[in-house]
Design a protein. Structure first.
Length: 302
């Protein structure tokens, strides 16, 4: 049965999906790089926080403030000294490199932590709270709020700050940006590091509400790709709308066909979106063309 609770649950999980996709969208929008190691960066965040929670007794949300910068710091030199050079050789070399990194990180996590599922104990993880007359998990509300804040903050940073202007210049024309005293390598590395930090945040939030293993990143990177395609490649705000939409699609689909088909709903949505994207793109181009023509006619008449 589909009721308000199903929609609310979908929107809340959609906030988490937006964080999952934010780094993917940012890296692709700036560098046209498809980072196949993004899922492993998510899992690194989950395991890093789990270590701090287990060994030091930290709260998972507090551990996130440490884990995200650490993962970002690890990602910075990977982009600056490896991937940036490979980008000059075309799209395939960095794609293969990130795939290799994903295998390396996944194997390292298995060696360090085993392949057994784990989660982070938090007193509020499964607590319920009333929202619009529906009982929802506190962990889902926290993930939703953090997702909205991160996406909006990233959008404002890209559109209202000097670094955002520099970043967009490097994204549009890196060669010209380089002649304007912009350190494109540094901009790319900062972007990749920020994306890795966002992935780590997603990993911590996933670890609070769900169990995870070294291979968990595979399913979440597919979710991220689906959100990016749904919201628009390279669009920061689009990751929020895409995440919310996918969350609702998954929640409604699970209510209709059964919770055991939760992952199947996402895979099906991904395939349908890919099939419909060229058609919807053509419609969008037609609408934009018609609007531009209308504006030209008004300008001539005026």
């Amino acid at each position: 049965m589909i009721d308000g609770g199903v929609i609310i649950s979908g929107l809340l999980i959609g906030g988490l999906y937006a964080i999952v996709a934010l780094g993917l969208s940012l890296v692709f929008g700036v560098m046209r790089l498809v980072n196949l190691a993004h899922g492993e960066l998510i899992v690194m965040g989950a395991y890093g926080a789990s270590l701090l929670v287990t060994v030091l007794g930290w709260d998972p949300l507090v551990s996130m403030l440490v884990v995200a910068p650490v993962v970002a710091a690890i990602a910075y030199p990977v982009q600056r000294y490896l991937l940036t050079g490979l980008l000059r050789r075309g799209l395939e070399p960095p794609l293969v490199a990130t795939f290799g990194i994903s295998l390396l990180v996944s194997s390292a996590l298995v060696i360090a932590f085993s392949g057994n599922a784990r989660s982070m104990p938090a007193a509020y993880a499964l607590d319920g709270v009333q929202l619009f007359g529906q009982t929802v998990r506190v962990s889902d509300v926290i993930a939703f709020v953090i997702g909205v804040v991160l996406v909006v903050a990233t959008h404002l940073a890209m559109t209202r700050t000097r670094f955002g202007t520099v970043l967009r210049a490097a994204a549009v024309d890196p060669a010209t940006a380089g002649t304007m005293a912009i350190d494109v390598k540094h901009v790319y590395a900062i972007t990749f590091a920020a994306a890795a930090g966002f992935a780590a945040v997603a990993g911590v939030l996933i670890g609070i509400g769900y169990s995870f293993t070294p291979s968990t990143g595979t399913s979440y990177i597919l979710i991220g790709f689906t959100v990016v395609v749904l919201g628009g490649t390279g669009s920061v705000l689009g990751t929020l709308w895409g995440g919310l939409a996918l969350g609702v699609i998954q929640s409604v689909g699970s209510a209709v066909v059964g919770g055991q088909y939760r992952d199947f709903v996402i895979y099906a949505a991904f395939i349908v979106i890919l099939l419909l994207k060229p058609f919807t793109q053509r419609i969008g181009d037609t609408v934009k063309g018609a609007r531009a023509e209308h504006l030209r006619e008004k300008a001539v008449q005026g």
